[in-house]
Write a protein that binds this ligand. Structure first.
Ligand SMILES: [Zn+2]
Length: 225
């Protein structure tokens, strides 16, 4: 799961923080800051992304218009999470932790808690996957997330081979941005620091301080991981 930074509340032309009157008004700002990707499953959605309330608006109406409570989500992650109360430190979230340290991506498309985590951390990682129904290993007809992640794995492996045969970085950039699933690309290219750094740049809002110069993940300041 890509660790992200939404940045400060957007400002208007006169330099004042924008006060949203409807949460949907935050959508263009979030898409500009984070790219048109689901903040949880990482699927690229040129249309159909929702403004996601980290703390559900049903339980926390005072945070309904709070910029710092917003991310972007696809309908599948959004509806799986529903109005679950997000108790601090009970879940790993992409705007708070370095979530790339939390999960491991496998070439069958599955996502599991990273084996290097402690048992307690693994428990929370599993809980976080379950929150978005991301631990499933079947492909229901109405939920394309696993299938698309698998397809992206196949493409990423081909690109990895093509790059060694002279494919241009420009072509790779367009493909990577169009496919999404940032963590898949980061995993397939883990032996290539140059590409890792490009992937970190290609996707708006990736948490820069979550990676060292060679593109390897490091603990996030203020996060548990
Ligand atoms: Zn999603």
């Amino acid at each position: 799961m890509r660790p992200v930074e939404r940045g400060d509340q957007p400002i208007d032309e006169s330099g004042k923080p924008i006060r949203f009157t409807k949460y949907q008004e935050a959508s263009p700002y979030l898409k500009e800051r984070l790219g048109k990707y689901c903040s949880y499953c990482e699927m690229h959605l040129p249309a159909g992304l929702h403004v996601e309330h980290i703390q559900p608006k049903s339980h926390y109406p005072q945070q309904k218009l709070d910029w710092n409570n917003f991310l972007l989500a696809c309908v599948h992650c959004n509806s799986a999470k529903g109005d679950t109360d997000i108790i601090a430190r009970e879940y790993y979230l992409p705007d708070q932790d370095n979530t790339f340290l939390v999960f491991e991506y496998a070439d069958d498309g599955s996502i599991i808690p990273h084996p290097k985590l402690t048992p307690q951390q693994q428990r929370l990682a599993l809980k976080s996957l379950a929150l978005f129904n991301l631990s499933q290993n079947t492909c229901p007809e109405n939920d394309p997330r696993l299938l698309q992640r698998r397809e992206t794995w196949e493409i990423a492996k081909e690109v990895h081979a093509d790059l060694q045969n002279g494919a241009t970085i420009r072509t790779v950039k367009r493909l990577v941005q169009a496919k999404g699933f940032w963590s898949v690309w980061m995993t397939v290219f883990q032996d290539n620091p140059e590409m890792l750094n490009l992937f970190i740049q290609y996707f708006p809002g990736t948490c820069q301080q979550c990676f060292d110069k060679s593109g390897k993940p490091v603990s996030r300041s203020g996060g548990v991981l």
